[in-house]
Design a protein around this ligand. Structure first.
Ligand SMILES: [Zn+2]
Ligand SMILES: [Zn+2]
Length: 301
């Protein structure tokens, strides 16, 4: 079951009880960190996120509100004697920034930090459970979004039906892969009679800092849950455009164009104390929308 926990829903300037961007995507026991703004470690402690379970960190771009917490987190792993690798997916210049910070402190990591430079749109990580892709968004500096998609699961064997049809357990892998069974008399038994369909794979899309950019909808098409930044309300659309950010209405338009299941909004300017207007504005374009709240876990699908 995919889910995402919000650790920060604010934009760059500090604000009481709202933090810069960080999210944790969970796939069972595994955690993936998406962006790591200042204060991310404190937020992890507050919301009982076990940082030791994080093996992959994705940084969308090099504005400070998305990565100023990273060097602290990497240092904490050192202090706690981590040995498992951390895979870091980030804009290329981050490598030199980290090297400089480490060198100045005469620090050496006691675990492997594997740096993966972001570039073309495509798959960053893949295993039997999940794929993570990156896609370009449109911001003032190079910036990427991330799409987490569950892998298709095998069909589920129905043991009673399989046993009644005389299917040997050695044939179960083929059943799970969708093959029909031919019995001893040469009769074909349709796979659908022997197995149940697996759950439909779910997808979560993180659309990082961006101005309104229609191609994003294509990159995240059909996602069950989309996070899209909404730094401003739409009466400030000119300011949003000038600063390479989006409005709540524009975020909702992307969700509608993408055929999303649900939308959560974040990255709010600290000129807004109350956030209800963001939801109301977006709902005029895309009804299934929420303002993302820190500490809340949103199930995908
Ligand atoms: Zn930002
Ligand atoms: Zn930014």
């Amino acid at each position: 079951m995919l889910a995402v926990t919000i650790l920060g829903n604010n934009s760059a300037l500090p604000m009481h009880e709202r933090h810069p961007t960080a999210q944790v995507v969970t796939d069972g026991e595994r955690l993936f960190l998406v962006d790591c703004g200042e204060g991310t470690q404190i937020q992890m402690i507050r919301y009982k996120i076990r940082r030791s379970r994080i093996g992959h960190i994705f940084i969308s771009h090099l504005h400070g509100d998305h990565y100023y917490g990273l060097i602290g987190l990497l240092n904490s792993y050192n202090l706690t004697g981590r040995t498992e690798p951390i895979h870091l997916y980030a804009p290329p210049p981050l490598q030199a920034i980290l090297d400089l910070q480490m060198a100045a402190a005469e620090s050496r990591l006691c675990y492997p930090l594997v740096f993966h430079a972001l570039g073309e749109d495509g798959i960053l990580f893949e295993d039997t459970r999940i794929t993570v892709r990156c896609f370009r968004v449109r911001h003032s500096i190079p910036c990427w979004g991330f799409l987490f998609r569950e892998q298709p699961r095998p069909r589920k064997v129905r043991p009673e039906a399989a046993s009644a049809a005389g299917v040997p357990s050695s044939f179960f892998p083929q059943l799970k892969a969708g093959e029909d069974f031919i019995d001893a008399q040469g009769r074909r038994i349709a796979n659908e009679q022997l197995t149940a369909a697996p759950p439909v794979p779910k997808a979560y899309a993180y659309c990082a800092d961006t101005s309104f950019h229609e191609p994003i909808a294509e990159s995240v098409r059909g996602s069950d849950l989309i996070y899209h930044e909404a730094t401003y309300l739409d009466d400030q659309w000119e300011k949003a455009h000038a600063r390479h950010h989006s409005t709540a209405l524009q975020a909702a338009r992307i969700a509608r164009l993408a055929g999303a299941g649900r939308l959560i909004l974040g990255h709010f300017s600290n000129k807004y104390e109350a956030l209800d207007d963001f939801r109301e504005e977006a709902a005029t374009e895309f009804p299934d929308v929420e303002v993302c709240r820190e500490g809340v876990t949103y199930l995908v699908g």
